[in-house]
Design a binder for this molecule. Structure first.
Ligand code: ATP
Ligand code: MG
Length: 408
């Protein structure tokens, strides 16, 4: 009984040419994330993948499978030989155990094994008849049954189940290449990161820190947010680049028009993000911008800010409602972390009246009032890389994470 988990890939089936490679990526991800369960065995059959439980509790496996991009759905299934007697026997056993007696039901059969001597409809009818005869109180209801008993007749055996769980969907982690994620401690950017991972991108995170205006607690928030999404990522760990941003912000504050402060600050962030992206071989910058949310996210602002880089900038949240973003953040467990009250570097130097429709010419003129190039170089040279592992919690306050590694 219930000895296998049958896993189905979703969007994968659309991408014919890369299919094999994608399947390998998902199955490797599945195996890696389940590696602590030593009894498991795995069986790959074309577009399906089986985890053979060998007494491992299925709920533990399900928890892991829910976090693997490219897994569309899965079912805990029982397996038997592909002949009608065995199928009926197993169907009865499952209904008695999982459904009980007084219920309405429907049998659905998928006959992938075309050598099986009966067509799907006849198999469904024969099994239904067997259940009626042997389990009193059962009733058929083809429209709104209490449960559906799925029978999947395949060459390798017949699989019977009553419940399908939905996975994350999306594409296998890392199959579409590398990006950098601009991540703050807010609600949005981490959701943008999650959606990007879900869609097959690897992310290296970049956080701009304004120490001592922002505290270690603000950085801890970013670390905690990234750890929360690391189980979804390809290697189960995420690089975090922490860029010291204070000198740049102070220079902007000192030299530039107040209302252009944020525009220019964001142009500086983009410039540094592009440098790190190119050094890391990343093909795009991801951020949590959401059109119209604040002054720096009007279309005019976005175009003046983006003007300084020569790399695609992807904004997964661009047109979502705040409510939808919050729903996702609740679902992935980042919301509670994001609303911790620590200041972010953006909130420290906020002008009273930020420009809503900035002009490139004015932004450039303001930037020419100070030598920003050496400040960018200095920030990049002093950037620290932290490697966040899923199994190891980093304590930003104790600075346990500071790595001696080469920066970029
Ligand atoms: P969030 O909730 O993600 O902080 P936000 O609505 O507060 O977003 P902004 O502060 O204007 O918006 O930032 C827009 C985007 O710029 C963020 O979603 C994030 O991608 C990036 N960003 C903002 N602050 C930082 C930071 N300190 N370090 C890295 N990226 C940042
Ligand atoms: Mg923010």
């Amino acid at each position: 009984m219930e000895d296998h988990i049958l896993i189905r890939y979703g969007e994968l089936s659309l991408k014919k040419t890369n299919r094999k490679q994608f399947v390998t990526k998902v199955t490797n991800h599945i195996k890696r994330s389940l590696s602590e369960y030593k009894n498991l065995e795995f069986e790959s059959r074309g577009m399906r993948f089986y985890v053979i439980l060998n007494n491992t509790p299925s709920n533990k496996v399900i928890e892991k499978l829910e976090k693997i991009p490219g897994v569309y759905s899965f079912s805990v299934v029982s397996r038997t030989a592909s002949n009608l007697d065995d199928i009926c026997k197993l169907a009865e056993e499952i209904v008695r155990k999982e459904i009980g007696t007084n219920a309405t039901f429907k049998v659905e059969t998928n006959r992938a094994d075309k050598t099986f001597p009966m067509v799907s409809l006849d198999i469904s009818k024969a099994v239904s008849r067997h259940l009626f005869i042997n389990i009193p109180g059962l009733k058929a209801d083809v429209h709104k049954p209490d449960f559906v008993l799925d029978i999947d007749v395949r060459n390798e055996g017949t699989f019977i189940y009553t419940k399908t769980y939905y996975g994350m969907g999306g594409l296998p982690a890392g199959c579409l290449g590398k990006t950098v994620l601009m991540v703050s401690g807010g609600i949005d950017s981490i959701v943008a990161g999650y959606l990007s991972i879900k869609k097959g991108m690897t992310v290296d995170a970049i956080h701009f820190e304004s120490y001592p205006y922002t505290s270690d607690l603000a950085l801890q928030k970013v670390v905690d947010l990234l750890e929360q999404i690391s189980p979804y990522a390809e290697y189960l760990n995420i690089n975090l680049f922490v860029v010291p941003f204070t000198n740049i912000q102070e220079a902007i504050y000192k030299h530039c028009r107040d209302d252009y402060g944020i525009t220019i600050m964001r142009r500086m962030m983009y410039r540094i993000a592009e440098r790190i992206a190119k050094a890391r071989g990343a093909l795009a910058i991801i951020n949590g911008e959401n059109i119209g949310q604040v002054a720096s996210q009007t279309l005019e602002s976005i175009s003046v800010i983006e003007n300084v880089v020569d790399i695609p900038v992807i904004r997964p949240l661009a047109i979502l409602d705040k409510k939808d973003i919050m729903d996702i953040s609740n679902q992935i467990g980042t919301y509670e972390i994001s609303i911790r009250p620590y200041e972010d570097c953006c909130t420290v130097f906020v002008p009273k009246h930020p420009v809503i429709k900035p002009l490139i010419s004015i932004a450039e003129k303001e930037e020419s009032k100070f030598e920003y190039a050496p400040l960018l170089e200095e920030a990049i040279a002093n950037t620290k890389r932290l490697v966040l592992h899923k199994d190891k919690h980093y304590d930003a306050i104790k600075k346990e994470f500071v790595s001696e590694d080469d920066l970029i």
